[in-house]
Design a protein around this ligand. Structure first.
Ligand SMILES: [Zn+2]
Ligand SMILES: [Zn+2]
Length: 704
């Protein structure tokens, strides 16, 4: 090969797409060097496209020891030099360096955002030999052939150094926080107990845990107060409707009873009918956060999963770049072309034709913008392979949202019928859609219930069939779930669209929280106690937000990286000194919490056989197999013992079996949905599942 152009991408799939888009014949040859793939495209000159696999470089301490803190001096190194298990990176970088030698032109084609920019920059600077200053930049938001061709024809003359600076700063600041605070906690606990457990906290992780703890405290200290609710069943033209009483909360039982007695057996009269019409505007185009929340509430996908699926769809050139905070769709993306192409799919044929027949296509847009990418939209390409159910759901959601934003508002009508029953007022509410507008396009994802009322006139008498009194209790505030927590982080302005989902996952991994409806564990509480007590500045939501805002300014060239690093060290230094000084105290506090957490993980509940011991998950000394045993066994007071499935993870569920009242456990096998298990062999509602488990245990026994 002679001299050629070297293009760097962030992922292998993107490399292949770019190579085949740029090849004159649309055919690219895949090569491999030491297992590292790269692609060769031929046109007026030869092009070699080599992918990264995400970040190949990372921040690390200037010295290599891991067991001390504080550390304020850092450097960028290949990941294999800083992380265990990153061996593959070495070979990868060798291949890139080799390919760079014979290249005479360099193009960074990594994703156009903070993360992508820093990935491309490090490779060009370190692996290609200081090519960051001569490299050109490809900017695109979809991996379609047309857009890739165009972005290659209109190369940006240099890298986006403001984005790179912003990326460097984030990684460096996050490293300073993460490494110092996590080491302080981990070392304190280890030196006290002699046992190792990873404890971590970070710049965003701490404040996020704080929201969860505030909510957890509100839930635990919540005292439900009783109140009463009154409803009436009202019959109109042979159909029964439920009407609500004018006061939705009645505070005393005597008042409720009085109302009930006065209404019993009385007829009602329609006193007034209020009809309101209102417009419901189409939704705005998806940015990543909105897509994550919508997918969580519609399909139950965690933000992390949605972001992974969206990434897949992007690499398949089905949707545009998902890590965007824009709610805008510029006309340059060519609405007509996208709709025409989508119309080739039978399920979108009619709807797209309707949109295309409009005199003008103008999307409803939101306020948020992103300098690098538009909102998430479908490219118009149809899948070239069979999509998984999850991929199809998300793609359909993006397509329908895209169509919906071009449509008219929906027109809805609400009706409130005032019914007088012996001087008491009841309301009957109706809701209907007069004009569907965009809702027809968003289809299955519209959440709106219609309640149709029959024709009704003022002065009309109606039959009150029944007046119902219900005892109620006020409810504690709801628990966060991955969707609502992500929203809260966004609202508070902490973290970035690229990192929020990972931070939530880390809280689970560290066992600070559990369950989908998030419960903070004792360990989570304890870590926060320590941080709040000894270094409140690092878990301050306000300070975190301020730092976040300053970092955003770097992207716009309004702030300097150096200033922010100085700020960060100024916040951290006193905090870490305090942690160091109180190391013993903190170590004791944390070690005890870890010990309790480990015990808590294994304790299932009170033993139903002896009623005094605790049932625990134990391991047989002889066979190594796990089972459930009673703590009274060791005092020779109880011999209760029950088998457990040997595969997967088992944890106490904290709930008792509906059938027999025994405590239960949750079993989770990798890649499968967890299920709840009652291990009582005599349980009356024992499900088929238990039999299946026994079967699989038997099979295991007979095969092993
Ligand atoms: Zn027992
Ligand atoms: Zn049971």
């Amino acid at each position: 090969m002679g001299k050629y152009t070297l293009i760097i991408t962030e992922k292998p799939d993107a490399a292949q797409r770019i190579a085949s888009a740029l090849d004159a014949n649309g055919k690219t040859s895949k090569k491999e060097d030491n297992g590292v793939p790269y692609y060769v495209a031929k046109r007026d000159r030869e092009i070699v496209v080599v992918p990264a696999i995400g970040h190949l470089y990372t921040v690390t301490g200037e010295r290599s020891e891991r067991n001390y803190y504080p550390v304020f001096n850092f450097k960028w190194v290949p990941r294999y030099a800083a992380e265990r298990g990153a061996k593959q990176i070495r070979v990868w970088l060798e291949t890139i360096s080799k390919l760079a030698k014979d290249a005479d032109m360099f193009i960074d084609a990594c994703d156009y955002d903070i993360e992508g920019s820093i990935i491309g920059y490090c490779i060009l600077k370190y692996a290609c030999g200081n090519k960051e200053s001569v490299s050109k930049r490809m900017k695109y938001s979809t991996l379609t052939k047309e857009e890739l061709e165009k972005s290659y024809a209109e190369l940006l003359p240099h890298l986006d150094f403001a984005l790179i600076e912003a990326g460097r700063t984030r990684h460096e600041v996050d490293w300073l926080y993460g490494v110092n605070l996590s080491r302080a906690l981990t070392i304190a606990a280890r030196d006290w107990s002699g046992k190792y457990a990873t404890l971590s906290t970070g710049r965003v992780q701490g404040p996020t845990l704080r929201f969860l703890i505030a909510r957890e405290k509100a839930i635990r200290s919540f005292v439900p107060t009783p109140y009463w609710e009154i409803k009436a069943e009202i019959e109109i033209d042979g159909t029964t409707f439920e009407a609500e009483y004018e006061k939705d909360i009645i505070e005393t039982k005597s008042e409720a009873n009085a109302i009930l007695n006065e209404c019993k057996g009385k007829d009602g009269e329609v006193e007034k009918i209020e009809v309101k019409q209102f417009q419901q505007l189409p939704p705005t185009p998806f940015d990543l956060g909105a897509l994550q929340s919508e997918a969580y509430s519609l399909f139950g996908y965690t933000p992390m999963r949605t972001s992974d699926i969206a990434q897949r769809l992007y690499l398949d050139a089905l949707i545009s770049y998902p890590r965007t905070s824009s709610q805008k769709l510029p006309p340059t993306i060519n609405y007509e072309e996208i709709l025409k192409n989508l119309g080739k799919a039978p399920e979108y044929k009619k709807l797209t034709a309707e949109l295309l027949a409009k005199p003008e296509l103008k999307p409803k847009e939101g306020k948020k913008d992103d300098p690098a990418h538009p909102a998430i939209y479908p490219t118009g390409n149809l899948p070239e392979r069979v999509l998984s159910d999850q991929e199809r759901n998300l793609w359909d959601l993006v397509v329908r949202r895209f169509m919906a934003v071009f449509e008219e508002p929906a027109i809805r009508q609400s009706m409130k019928v005032h019914i007088n029953v012996n001087g008491h007022r009841f309301y009957l509410r109706g809701r209907r859609i007069l004009k569907e507008g965009w809702m027809r396009f968003y289809g299955p994802y519209v959440r709106s219930e219609e309640v149709l009322l029959p024709p009704i006139k003022e002065g009309q008498k109606v039959n009150v069939k029944k007046v119902i009194l219900e005892d109620k209790f006020t409810k504690p505030p709801p628990r966060y779930n991955p969707g609502s927590l992500l929203k809260r982080m966004e609202e508070e302005g902490i973290g970035t669209k690229a990192t929020r989902a990972d931070i939530i996952q880390t809280l689970y991994d560290r066992k600070y929280i559990r369950d989908e409806r998030m419960v903070v564990t004792d360990l989570g509480f304890e870590v926060m106690e320590v941080l709040k007590q000894y270094c409140p500045t690092v878990v301050s939501v306000k300070l975190t937000k301020e730092l976040e805002e300053k970092m955003d300014k770097i992207q716009l060239n309004n702030e300097k990286r150096e200033n922010i690093l100085v700020d960060a060290v100024e916040i951290l230094k006193p905090a870490i000194e305090e942690l160091k000084e109180k190391e013993k105290l903190i170590g004791e506090q944390l070690s005890n919490a870890i010990k309790r957490a480990r015990l808590e993980e294994r304790t299932i509940g009170t033993c139903p056989i002896c009623n005094s011991g605790k049932l625990m998950i134990l391991y047989s000394r002889k066979t190594g197999k796990r089972f459930i045993g009673c703590t009274n066994y060791f005092k020779k007071l109880c011999s209760a013992s029950f088998p457990l499935p040997q595969r997967g993870t088992v944890r106490p569920l904290g709930k008792n079996c509906r059938g027999c009242g025994w405590p239960t456990v949750q079993v989770k096998l990798k890649g499968r949905r967890p299920w709840n298990l009652c291990f009582n062999p005599k349980c009356p509602i024992k499900e088929e599942r238990m039999k299946k488990i026994e079967m699989s245990n038997l099979q295991q026994k007979s095969s092993g």
